[in-house]
Design a protein. Sequence first.
Length: 164
Amino acid sequence: MCDKNLADALSSSSWEDDVIFRGYSLHLPMNDAGFVPIGGDMGSADTDFEVSEIPAYVPCGSGEHLYLWVEKKGKATQDLTRAVEKAFKVKEIGKKDAHAVTRQYISVRLPKEDAEGLEQLRAHSWLNILEVSRHTNKLRTGHLRGNRFKVNLYGVTSDDAQIS
């Protein structure tokens, strides 16, 4: 069987698992005073907001769909999809976030290897290809376990500025 569940492959805290699987957690990190607001504003730099997708399964390494685990900075997913479409000469592949650093899987139906297309993608300064693999099916909306977020806050007013 090609699909592998990531439940054991990814390390996350129990509260992250609660949020991913139930949509809420009674064990969220907070400051020492409990649910007291900590204040602050999110920064405006792309690196002040990071999103990493947690896939529902890992690519099995074979199949006609090329899976790319990519990191993009300061560009909308539309920019990423246009770059992939141009590099591999394929039609539209999907949409995602902008004004952030995002790590996400995308898939392209590409039965044959295309080293030139990969090199075209690697030429973009805002795009980093973290992993290349193959799988038997197209990556579809909802093929996620969840998302992991990192947000930088500035001007935090609470004494306990480190929330973990």
